[in-house]
Write a protein that binds this ligand. Structure first.
Ligand SMILES: [Zn+2]
Length: 469
């Protein structure tokens, strides 16, 4: 099947021009000013942007957590992603303590089987190197295309690892060419603060934030940076939410160290006061790190403008407010941590980043597609519009007005973090390897079209599948 996208404004992290893009056999094969070719399908993109499909390196689909399971499975989560212009994501396999990495990976792959709407890869979240997981098995994962290890420095008694496990994983990563990702918060200190709050009878959602002060994020971020220096591994700090964590990353990057940071859409828009909303409404915003004081939002915009932070992800980890979040009605520490967001990242960053004059269109593409593709071994197959790249593309209508709402989103969650927000600009047609996923507001392709992508090692390119390669 061939597709011709005609006359759109093609935008990559570096380029901005009007042209035609021709797709054959799932890849982009020709780009030119006015292509004289026949195609099975022609898409008129005049007046529209042609963007690379966005890449979300931080999602949690079909994941057991907090005594329940996230409400979006691979099909509903990836459908939401597709409508939002995200055509590839990297999900977290969580090693159940005592389990081998291979068994955990197999389990996650079986949950995706036949349901995939977009392409996907996996990170391995290391929780245990004493019972089930061995250093040898950890070292073997990059051969399977799993080229990043995630460690939780928080969630004591559940996912949290000690510094020995963190450091040993960094040493393995330094050997195997994997990227180490950390959820940076001081889980021990937070555990003390949570117990004290509950003992004092403080049970409301706002105590989720009050027991996780920003200094605990700053401390853990700096600890991970320093340890990664000793081990010699590259480091990627996920969901950076506050100035206290931005600062050590800025210092490390200033020194030229192999340290990168991401923030997530919600940290630009949801602040601490959302947790104080009455009638347990605040529980919708219980995710980790918690929503911070509003002053941090400018810090984060500056950080993504100046490449102190290099990626905007979603940390999509969706639960129902009614039925799952309510598990913590009388105890904030029992509210499942996480929120939906996979569908609205491009719309929100376009509206409040680009249209508000904070970042350029090129920088938006870089933050949402190119940088995550490069950091996670997907580039140049993913993350750009170029000859030889996978034909993952978004025809984006910059004039389309949309009101974001749970009533129309595709996540199974019963609420949306940005409910009622009006944006101008939204994906119109979304393609995955040349297959039309979304058109005229409908999911066109069937689940199963998405594939597992074996990612390249850190710093290496994922070669396009060309006859010449
Ligand atoms: Zn997460």
């Amino acid at each position: 099947m061939s597709v011709l996208i005609k006359g759109g404004r093609v935008l990559t992290a570096a380029d901005d021009y009007v042209g035609d893009v021709y797709v054959e056999d799932e890849r982009i094969s020709l780009i030119g000013e006015s292509l004289d070719v026949q195609a099975d399908k022609v898409i008129d993109a005049a007046g529209k942007y042609v963007l690379p499909g966005a890449v979300d390196p931080h999602t949690h689909l079909d994941m057991p957590f907090g005594g329940t399971v996230t409400v979006d499975d691979v099909e509903s989560g990836q459908t939401a992603a597709a409508f939002g212009g995200t055509t590839c994501h990297v999900d977290f396999v969580i090693q159940p303590p005592g389990s081998t990495f291979a068994a955990a990976l197999e389990d996650w792959k079986s949950k995706a089987n036949g349901k995939q709407v977009i392409d996907m890869g996996y990170h391995m979240a290391v929780t245990d190197l004493k019972e089930g997981g061995t250093l040898e098995d950890l070292a073997a994962l990059p051969d399977e295309g799993v080229t990043s290890y995630k460690l939780f420095m928080a969630y004591k008694g559940a996912l949290m690892v000690d510094d020995e496990t963190l450091f040993r994983t960094m040493q393995v990563a330094a050997e195997t060419g994997a990227l180490v990702m950390v959820h940076a918060e001081n889980g021990d200190a937070i555990d003390v603060l949570v117990k004290e709050a509950l003992a004092a009878g403080h049970t409301e959602p706002k105590y989720h934030a009050l027991t996780r002060p920003p200094e605990t994020e700053g401390e853990a971020t700096n600890r991970a940076i320093q340890l990664s220096r000793v081990a010699g591994s590259p480091l990627y700090v996920v969901h950076v939410s506050c100035a206290e964590a931005v600062e050590p990353i800025a210092i490390a990057r200033e020194k030229g160290w192999d340290v990168w940071g991401e923030t997530c859409t919600q940290y630009f828009f949801v602040d601490y006061t959302f947790l104080e909303r009455p009638d347990f409404e605040g529980a919708k915003y219980v995710y980790t790190p918690p929503p911070r004081d509003k002053a941090n939002q400018d810090v984060l915009w500056n950080a993504v403008r100046t490449d102190v932070l290099s990626v905007v992800s979603t940390d999509h980890c969706a639960f129902l407010w009614d039925g799952q979040k309510t598990m913590g009605k009388d105890d904030f520490s029992k509210i499942p941590n996480g929120g939906p967001g996979l569908e609205n990242r491009l719309q929100m960053i376009h509206e409040f980043g680009v249209r508000a004059g904070r970042i350029s269109l090129n920088r938006m593409v870089e933050l949402l597609a190119t940088a995550p593709a490069k950091l996670f071994g997907l580039y140049p197959r993913k993350g750009t519009v170029a000859v030889g790249s996978d034909a993952d593309m978004v025809v984006f209508d910059p004039e389309k007005k949309v009101t974001i709402s749970a009533a129309t989103h595709h996540s199974k969650s019963d609420y949306n973090l940005y409910e009622g927000t009006e944006v101008t600009g939204s994906p119109e047609v979304v393609l995955l390897r040349g297959h039309v996923l979304v058109e005229d507001g409908e999911l066109v392709a069937s689940p199963g079209v998405g594939q597992f992508v074996a990612r390249a090692r850190f710093g290496e390119e994922l070669k396009a599948q060309t006859a010449l390669a």
